[in-house]
Each structure stands twice: as C-alpha cells, then as structure tokens.
Design a protein around this ligand. Structure first.
Ligand code: MN
Length: 217
C-alpha cells in the first residue's frame, strides 16, 4: 500500500531533530466561521493537537529507531511497537495523524466534484444518502471518537473509531474524517452534536477528499 497521506504534506518527519512537528493551519482560525468557531479552532489546534504531537515525541524519545518511520507506518504496524509505548503511540500518534488530516479536510465553499463524486453516487446512491448514513454513524459514536469515510478493499465504507484510533491501523484508508470528541464542538454546540454534524457538511474540503481518494488507488 502506498503512503498516500503524508507525502509532501503535514506532519513531516523531521530527520534533523528526530521529532514529529505540528503543522500550522493553512488558513486563519476564523476561516470556518460560522460553522466552526474561532475559539474552538484555536484551542483544538494549539492545545489538543499540539499536545498529541508533544506526547508522541516524548514517548518515542527513548526509541530513535522508531523516530525515522512515518507516522502512517507506525500506526499501520502497532504490533511492532514495544509494549511499553504502544498505547502512547496509538493514542497520541493517532491523535497527531487524525488531526493533521482533519485540518486539511476543512474548507468553506468547496462543492463535491471529480472521481469522489462519482464514487459516492455509485456506492451510496446520492450525496444526500451518503450524508444521511454518515450522520447516522456519527451520532452513534458513544463518547469520544471519529467517523470516517474510508477505502477498504477498494470500496468506500463508513466506519467509526473510538478515542484516537485511526482506520489505518485496521488496514483501511481514511479519506474523510469527522472529530466527534466534545473538544471539537462543545464551545459552540454544547451537547448538540447533530447541529455540529450538519455544520461540518458546509466545510468539507471535497478537493482534498478527492485527492486522498485518488491517492488511495
Ligand atoms: Mn480533536
């Protein structure tokens, strides 16, 4: 399976200082208003995401042999990670990778087009049917986790994961993800997860989804 997520993009493994780096957002914190508010983006990126990257680096510090692997490789092969740090890599490495993807998947005013549009129509019947099924799956995530559109065995599937688990660890290739930890929406939406999901559909960067989809082939 080719490395499809991280070539020439965020979370570059910086060989020089042997650390993963948290990438800045490629847009302003308020760029997704009113759907995702500025304060949520500031805390989500600067505190939660940066925290995952920092804790991942701390866990890997005694293991220089692991530091020059890509994050995607580490998470694809969790069984190869030493017992003493496997949970830390799973949780914080997953957090680092999931969020790096998530930032890139958000942009206002991008209509769906390209191969992904065709593939969604073929698999789900229509974009609105996909939206209905994705929303249903997302509402059923109990506690903290993520909902995903993945490519698995060459087919689009909607899946969910708990905590910061990534579908990559199960051999699936995520191309769209929605963070449903409360830290992702509580300031603006409190307990109203359905409104947050509805808002998300206004800020999906379908060009990026299409690129991930094409890279997954
Ligand atoms: Mn998050």
């Amino acid at each position: 399976m080719p490395s499809y997520l991280l070539d020439n993009r965020s979370l570059i493994n910086n060989i020089e200082n042997m650390k993963y780096t948290a990438e800045d957002l490629s847009y302003d914190y308020n760029a997704l208003e009113p759907f995702i508010d500025q304060q949520t983006m500031e805390i989500h990126h600067d505190k939660h995401y940066v925290g995952y990257v920092d804790k991942l680096n701390a866990a890997l510090e005694p293991h220089p042999d692991l530091q020059d692997k890509s994050l995607e490789d580490l998470l694809k092969n969790l069984n190869d990670i030493p017992d003493s740090i496997r949970s830390a890599v799973r949780n914080n490495g997953g957090g680092a990778l999931n969020h790096a993807m998530f930032w890139q998947l958000l942009k206002k005013d991008v209509a769906i087009s390209g191969d992904i549009a065709t593939a969604i129509d073929e698999r789900f019947g229509s974009l609105s049917e996909f939206k209905a099924q994705f929303t249903d799956a997302t509402l059923k995530v109990f506690g903290s986790g993520w909902a995903w559109l993945v490519v698995a065995n060459g087919q689009l599937e909607i899946v969910t994961t708990a905590n910061q688990d990534t579908p990559i660890s199960s051999g699936q290739m995520p191309i769209l993800g929605l963070d449903v930890w409360e830290h992702a929406y509580y300031l603006k939406y409190q307990n109203r997860r359905p409104e947050y999901i509805e808002a998300f559909f206004n800020v999906i960067n379908w060009e990026q989804v299409n690129e991930y989809y094409n890279n997954s082939k």
